[in-house]
Design a protein around this ligand. Structure first.
Ligand code: HMG
Length: 411
């Protein structure tokens, strides 16, 4: 059997802003966000949640029932790193209590580093089948208050246990890759919000799709119709719809009004409620497909397109395994999305504007709803994480006081 995913889980913050609320404050037609972008809600992380706590929570769920002593590598794909030197993976390693013999490091190439990590992990477990890799991917997408990209903001993390004996999906070895030096979306080290050439980024996404598909087709000999489902990187769900129709046209398929509903729609349901989770988005889409599709998907082939601005892209495929329904609780994602607190616009701005001190002073962060881990505060320029009882932090606290700090530059 090909290696693949043994278990996986998704986590998204416990707060969201409805895009109708955002539209009202931006003087926009809500249909532009709901229909034009295909987004309904954006996940908003509270001040005591960051990529470390989100990824640790996703990993905690993915590791349920897994012998953690078999995990010898932890990879963390993110573009929301919390330190220029120390890998966010090291914090997650400690929070999860992994073995000191488990190496831990961070990966970067915009939204595509999770896929680079996956492909590296598949090679590792093929070489040493008795070991497993824990791959976590998580991000908080920030474009700036009032920026064109604001309605596509979001947050979330996915964790996957990669193994030589997968239960969820086994990946086929052929893949198509594409790299091109472009400035469609980037974030210099001194900015907290991404800079983006939005319309251009859509063009480059579609070009990278065509090029990596063509490479994959040559490598695998497979046709479009050899795939039952398609999962795309999801900056917003209309992007996947555009991508799928583009790919169908490139493959000269006759028009089919049910194509999107049948082959793509199940993978879009979670992202529509969370917004862009960058490195996690494609795999959030895969979980959405697995958890929300009716019927048994065992044996179905999924084509996956991963895109990371800048840019690098990858097209690859996998076959869903008979054990997938036992390996992932099928209603977990839906329950997580339903059990969230809606923010008023002012609360969203308060969360968004919150900054940690940058002068090394000690600062304790008020408790909000989180998963089992939270960022308790900072002191001496060091982050302090703690484990919490999830049930004990249900009440919605007052919005935090923003700490005056470095001014964010809005894209
Ligand atoms: P915009 O200029 O505000 O929106 O920015 P628009 O005017 O293009 O409208 C969007 C859609 O809504 C259009 O549909 C409109 O027609 C429609 P389309 O023509 O494209 O089919 N629309 C309406 N529909 C119904 N009722 C209405 C209405 N009004 C308009 N009343 C843009 C949109 C996506 C550019 C912006 O949100 C943005 O810059 N987003 C961030 C960049 C992005 O997501 N790029 C995607 C590709 S790059 C990528 O995926 C990588 C990334 O994830 C980062 C990484 O790799 O790390 C971003």
């Amino acid at each position: 059997m090909n290696p693949g995913i043994e278990t996986m889980a998704f986590y998204t913050p416990r707060y969201y802003l409805d895009l109708r609320t955002l539209a009202a404050h931006r003087g926009a037609d809500p249909d532009k966000f709901y229909l034009g972008l295909g987004q309904e809600k954006m996940a908003v992380s509270p001040p005591d949640e960051d990529v470390v706590t989100m990824a640790a929570e996703a990993a905690r769920m993915a590791l349920e029932g897994v012998d953690v002593s078999s995990i010898d590598t932890l990879m963390f794909a993110t573009e929301t790193g919390v330190d220029q030197s120390k890998a966010a993976a090291i914090y997650v390693h400690r929070l999860l209590g992994l073995s000191t013999h488990c190496r831990s490091f961070e990966l970067k190439q915009a939204c595509c580093s999770s896929t680079a990590g996956l492909q590296m992990a598949l090679a590792l477990v093929a070489q040493r089948p008795h070991k497993k890799v824990l791959l976590v991917a998580g991000d908080i997408a920030r474009y700036g208050l009032g920026a064109a990209g604001e309605p596509t903001q979001g947050a979330g993390a996915v964790a996957m246990v990669i193994s030589a004996e997968p239960r969820v999906i086994a990946f086929e070895p052929e893949q198509g890759s594409y790299t091109e030096d472009v400035m469609d979306f980037w974030r210099p080290n001194y900015l907290e919000e991404a800079l983006v050439d939005g319309k251009y980024s859509i063009k480059v996404y579609l070009r990278a799709l065509a090029k990596s598909w063509e490479h994959y087709r040559q490598e695998s000999g497979r046709a479009f119709t050899d795939h039952d489902f398609f999962c795309y990187h999801l900056p917003f769900t209309r992007m996947a719809e555009k991508a799928h129709l583009h790919l169908a046209r490139l493959n000269q398929l006759p028009p089919d009004p049910d194509r999107l509903d049948r082959e793509v729609e199940p993978s879009l349901l979670y992202n529509r409620q969370t917004g862009n989770c960058y490195t996690a988005s494609l795999y959030e889409g895969l979980l959405s497909l697995l958890e929300t599709s009716e019927g048994n998907l065992a044996g179905k082939r999924v084509g996956l397109f991963s895109y990371g601005s800048g840019c690098m892209a990858s097209f690859f495929s996998g076959k869903i395994l008979p054990g997938y329904r036992d390996a992932i609780p099928l209603d977990r994602g839906r329950r997580l999305l339903e059990d969230r607190t809606e923010l008023r616009y002012e609360e969203y701005e308060n969360f968004y504007e919150h900054r940690l001190p940058t002068d090394g002073s000690a600062y304790a962060i008020a408790s909000h709803q989180t998963g089992a881990f939270r960022l308790a505060g900072v002191a001496d320029h060091k982050r302090n994480y703690e484990r919490v009882e999830v049930a004990a932090v249900k009440a919605v606290p007052p919005p935090p006081q923003a700490v005056p700090a470095k001014k964010a530059v809005v894209a």
